[in-house]
Write a protein that binds this ligand. Structure first.
Ligand code: E4P
Length: 216
C-alpha cells in the first residue's frame, strides 16, 4: 500500500520524505487555509519537495470552471493530480481530464455507487473518506471493502485512495482490505512506527551494550 501524507505543511512533508516514508501528498482547501499560505505558492513548493503525486483541489463547481482551474494547476508541475468533487460536474471534468492525460483524484466519496461512477469517468484515484463516515456511525472500512470488490469485478484501473484516515488502526485495516493508497496526517504516519516493546527492548539493548563496552 502506498502512503500519501494529508497536509499542506511543507516542513512535515520534507521530514517524512527524508525518512522515505511517503509516496505522495494530498491537500484540500481546509488544509491550505490551515497552512496560512497562498494556494499556488504552497502547491508549487510541495511539488518541488516530492516527486510523488500531489493532489490540488479545484474550487469551481461547474465543469468548465473545473477544467480551467485544473489545467492551470496541471501546469505547475508534472506530478500534479487535479482533485475534483464527486458531483456530476466533477465526473464530467474527470472524463475530459482522463482523455487529456491529466491525472485526477475524485474526492468526497461516501458510497460505492459514487466510486463506481468515478471509475467509469476514468478517475486516476477515488478518495473514500473513512473517518467522516465513522463520525456518523457508519463503518468507513465497509466502504473500502465494497469499492475493492467492485473495482476487482470489472478490472477498473482507478486506485482506491483511502482518505480521512484518523488512526494507525485505520491504516492497518485499509492494508488488509486492499486499498491501493492511504492518505493520513503526518502524526498518524509517524505513529505507525511506535511500539512500547520496541522502545523497551531498545533501551535494554543500549544499556547492555554500554555495560559490555561494545563499540562498533
Ligand atoms: C483527503 O484527501 C482529505 O484531504 C482528507 O483525508 C480529509 O480528512 P478529514 O476527514 O480528517 O478532514
Amino acid at each position: 500500500m502506498k502512503f500519501f501524507v494529508d497536509t499542506a505543511n511543507v516542513d512535515d512533508i520534507r521530514e517524512l520524505e527524508s525518512y522515505g516514508l511517503i509516496d505522495g501528498v494530498t491537500t484540500n482547501p481546509s488544509l491550505i487555509k490551515k497552512s496560512g499560505r497562498d494556494f499556488v505558492e504552497v502547491i508549487t513548493e510541495i511539488c518541488s519537495v516530492t516527486d510523488g503525486p500531489v493532489s490540488a483541489e479545484v474550487i469551481a463547481l461547474d465543469t468548465e470552471g473545473m477544467l480551467a482551474e485544473g489545467r492551470k494547476l496541471a501546469k505547475i508541475a508534472d506530478n500534479i493530480v487535479v482533485k475534483l468533487p464527486l458531483t456530476l460536474d466533477g465526473l464530467a471534468a474527470a472524463q475530459t481530464f482522463s482523455k487529456e492525460g491529466i491525472k485526477t483524484n475524485v474526492t468526497l466519496c461516501f458510497s460505492a455507487n459514487q466510486a463506481l461512477l468515478a471509475a467509469k469517468a476514468g478517475a486516476t484515484y477515488i478518495s473514500p473518506f473513512i473517518g467522516r463516515l465513522d463520525d456518523i456511525h457508519i463503518d468507513g472500512m465497509d466502504l473500502i471493502q465494497e469499492i475493492r470488490a467492485i473495482y476487482d469485478n470489472y478490472g477498473f484501473d482507478t486506485e482506491i485512495l483511502a482518505a480521512s484516515i484518523r488512526s494507525p488502526m485505520h491504516v492497518k485495516e485499509c492494508a488488509i482490505v486492499g486499498a491501493d493508497v492511504g492518505t493520513a496526517p503526518p502524526a498518524v504516519i509517524k505513529a505507525l512506527v511506535k511500539h512500547p516493546l520496541t522502545d523497551k527492548g531498545l533501551e535494554q539493548f543500549i544499556k547492555d551494550a554500554e555495560e559490555a563496552g561494545i563499540k562498533v
